[in-house]
Design a protein around this ligand. Sequence first.
Ligand SMILES: [Fe+2]
Ligand SMILES: [Fe+2]
Length: 176
Amino acid sequence: MSRFTRELSEQIAREFAAAQQYIAIAVWYDRETLPELARHFYRQAVEERNHAMIIVQYLLDTQQEVKIPGVDAPKTEFPDPRAPVALAYEQERDVTDRIQKLTRIARDEGDLVGEQFLAWFLKEQIEEMASMADLLTVVERASSTNILLAEDYLARTAVAAGKGRGEAPPAAGGAL
Ligand SMILES: [Fe+2]
Ligand SMILES: [Fe+2]
């Protein structure tokens, strides 16, 4: 197994861990009766799950070993409504770094197919970091006045979420 394949397999665990973390965040908002924030993170969790399954499909398509990993427990307690979004933003930045590292490994190993596969993830990360940064700005502004302003923001912009998914690589078992 190449170093690239090994590191890419580890990314499956990180995508599933991100999905679990977003479910935990969604449940936290749900308990706080902030339904739009909850809905947003339930949806993000599905996207992270799809990311994991896109990598699984790639490994299947390229005749490589696939192992479905366990994941670490997510953070479930937060001091205030801003904290989960701050954590999510940090997580997205971390994923971007890791995808860049993976791309560099593919390039170093001359794995052009692998490098090309990751191009979609790099593009996706720009979008995810930008939308999480926007949400963080809104939540920070709203938490000093009225957190329901963040709910309004999400209710108004929800239509834009999830667009451009058409060009996503195939996910094992189909994207949800
Ligand atoms: Fe992801
Ligand atoms: Fe993400």
